[in-house]
Design a protein around this ligand. Structure first.
Ligand SMILES: [Zn+2]
Length: 247
């Protein structure tokens, strides 16, 4: 190929790559005047997570997060501004971000009863006793123990932590974040769904590579579970082969 033609092709693909990233043209962003409060909220939630421990944080209630922050002088009480920012983010309608899933957590202070959940050994994660726990055990039996729980029950602070970190990683683009993580009041992890992955695969379990594993192919054959976020799902969430929906 001649150099000029080659450059033309390169330019063409660069332009189509740009067109792809521009599909979120009407993205909603963290407003300039919200950046400080957003970052301080992120920081406090992160410090609470470290204070209570990763496992406990999964099911920590919103009120207990506030109490923990108050208890530790290096974290400090959530300010009025921080709380109203959190409330706004929790109660607003995420349709404007292109997210159409249903609300699963009615209130910021909805908490998880510790008696309703069971900690799954060696994972640091929890499942709801009964249906979720039973389905998980059945899945491990049917697929084999190369499969493991990678995320289970999530309380409000946990989902908030994941969601806010995602927004941070997009440089404040809420629309882009909501495409790969449900906003805090909209996670099915709050009502029974869980994520599974292949042992030793680490972060790759949360990429579409998981769909190439034989564990995933086995999962697809099981009649008592299904995939929550299929390709082009109506919720507006990316394809998530690792996220198990209980039937
Ligand atoms: Zn999930």
């Amino acid at each position: 190929m001649q150099r000029r033609a080659f450059l033309g092709v390169m330019l063409g693909s660069a332009i189509s790559a740009m067109a792809n990233t521009q599909k979120h043209d009407n993205s909603v962003w963290i407003q300039t005047e919200q950046i400080d409060v957003f970052l301080s909220v992120c920081q406090k939630i992160e410090l609470v997570k470290r204070a209570v421990g990763y496992g406990n944080f999964n099911i920590l209630s919103f009120d207990d997060m506030l109490k923990t922050a108050l208890m530790y002088s290096h974290i400090g009480e959530f300010t009025k501004n921080e709380l109203s920012f959190i409330e706004e983010m929790f109660y607003e309608n995420p349709n404007k971000y292109g997210f159409y899933g249903r609300r699963t957590v009615p209130s910021l202070t909805t908490n998880i009863n510790e008696n309703d959940v069971i900690k799954i050994e060696r994972t640091g994660h929890y499942l709801f006793r009964g249906h979720s726990e039973g389905s998980y055990e059945r899945v491990i039996q049917d697929v084999g123990d190369s499969l493991m729980l990678t995320s289970g029950v999530r309380g409000v602070p946990k989902q908030m932590n994941l969601y806010f970190n995602k927004i941070k990683s997009t440089g404040g683009n809420i629309t882009e974040a909501a495409h790969s993580l449900a906003p805090p009041a909209f996670s099915y992890h709050s009502i029974g769904d869980f994520d599974v992955g292949k042992k030793g695969w680490g972060y790759k379990n949360f990429t579409i590579s998981f769909a190439t594993t034989k564990e995933f192919w086995r999962l697809r054959q099981l009649s008592y579970i299904s995939m929550r976020y299929t390709i082009n799902n109506k919720d507006g969430v990316r394809f998530e082969p690792w996220h198990v929906k209980i039937i």
